[in-house]
Write a protein that binds this ligand. Structure first.
Ligand SMILES: NC(=O)c1ccc[n+]([C@@H]2O[C@H](COP(=O)([O-])OP(=O)(O)OC[C@H]3O[C@@H](n4cnc5c(N)ncnc54)[C@H](OP(=O)(O)O)[C@@H]3O)[C@@H](O)[C@H]2O)c1
Length: 342
């Protein structure tokens, strides 16, 4: 059956301006890191993409190596772009990234111009797109001059392969540096994509203030801490969970007894707010005034609907915030720390 978008798709979702740009992003964006790969997309995942758009989620985030296997999420999303979403291209914000390992050899990862430009071309081809809305340097590369990574972004931007450029997991210091380099070439960084959640707050130290000062938007990824900030890990590790997959980014070792205690404490606060823990975690991230959008991942339609309903209660009382701060301990879950440590 041919997909037709829901007529009232813009009636419920809220949108925020991305930094000082004119671009608005939905408060919730959908990432295709997990669950959208393989040779043929899982039928439930396909439904998730359609439903997300029907709920007003206009932003879909990808990267060269999302899958597994690498590239397959882009190929699968590309198939939808070539068919059902084709006529909605101008209603969509599609992003991709380069910087993590993608192909063999010295040009298959990091921040050289060779890697980033070639990877962008490959991603466009996989998705069958003429351009991206946002293209990111996925991580800071300590062995490539920042001027060269900026060259790569400039090349992609000025050749029309992306409308906006972004950076991911850069420290405040490196954000300022690349911002200045690109500004001297008349290019403004639109957005930063850092990891951020109640139990992973590294951006609060100085990055958020830098983003506000420079007018850069912020899309916070893994707001549910890869699922840890949900009810599924309150007692044990369930079968159908990211932590229980053979190849996974959520190592069981991260679900420590200290983290389980924190999750249980936070769950009590969420319940008092009339929200699930996942919903409170998304709302909490959006409560940071630097944050434009919360970038979630979901396994199924149920999770998507539950998460979007977090928008029904975005306000926190002073007491709730104090209590969350008291109960929330750093979970030691920031897998992207190395990139932001320069
Ligand atoms: N720039 C970067 O370096 C970078 C790195 C990582 C991610 N990202 C982006 O951020 C996106 C989101 O990352 P993420 O998937 O880690 O985000 P997340 O939203 O924190 O975690 C998503 C996972 O949490 C579980 N979950 C979600 N909603 C739930 C609910 N209501 N109840 C119970 N469990 C729930 C599901 O896992 P189960 O499988 O356990 O059900 C789901 O796959 C990615 O797709 C990608 O676009 C970017």
């Amino acid at each position: 059956m041919i997909y037709k978008a829901f007529d009232k798709r813009y009636s419920e979702m809220q949108y925020r301006k991305c930094g000082t740009s004119g671009l608005k992003l939905p408060l919730i964006s959908l990432g295709l890191w997990h669950n959208f790969g393989k040779k043929t997309i899982n039928p439930e995942s396909k439904k998730v993409i359609y439903k997300a758009f029907d709920l007003g989620i206009t932003h879909f985030d990808l990267a060269n190596n999302y899958g597994p296997p690498y590239g397959s999420a882009e190929i699968n999303f590309g198939k939808i772009m070539k068919t059902d979403f084709k006529k909605y291209r101008d209603e969509l914000i599609i992003s991709s990234k380069a910087g993590y390992d993608m192909w063999a050899g010295p040009y298959g990862e990091w921040g050289s111009k060779k890697h980033i430009v070639a990877s962008c071309d490959q991603s466009l081809k996989r998705m069958g797109l003429d351009y991206f809305d946002i293209f990111y340097s996925h991580r800071f590369d300590p062995n490539t001059p920042l001027e060269e990574t900026a060259d790569a972004l400039e090349n992609i931007y000025k050749s029309g392969k992306t409308l906006y450029v972004g950076i991911s997991s850069y420290s405040s210091k490196k954000t300022k540096e690349i911002y200045k380099i690109l500004k001297s070439r008349n290019i403004k960084i639109l957005i930063h994509q850092p990891s951020y959640s109640i139990i992973n707050r590294w951006i609060e130290k100085d990055l958020t203030q830098t983003l506000i000062n420079y007018g850069i938007g912020c899309i916070a990824f893994s707001p549910i801490a890869q699922g840890m900030l949900s009810e599924k890990y309150l007692k044990k590790i369930p079968k159908n969970s990211r932590a229980n997959q053979k190849i996974t980014s959520l190592n069981k070792k991260l679900i420590t007894s200290k983290n389980i205690k924190t999750i249980n404490d936070l769950n009590v606060i969420a319940k008092k707010r009339g929200q699930s823990l996942a919903q409170m975690s998304i709302a909490w991230v959006l409560n940071n005034k630097a944050v434009t959008s919360a970038l979630i991942g979901v396994r199924n339609l149920k999770q998507l609907k539950e998460n979007v309903e977090s928008l029904n209660n975005l306000n926190f009382s002073k007491n709730e915030l104090l209590l969350i701060n008291k109960k929330a301990k750093d979970g030691g879950i920031n897998l992207w720390l190395a990139s932001s440590s320069y």
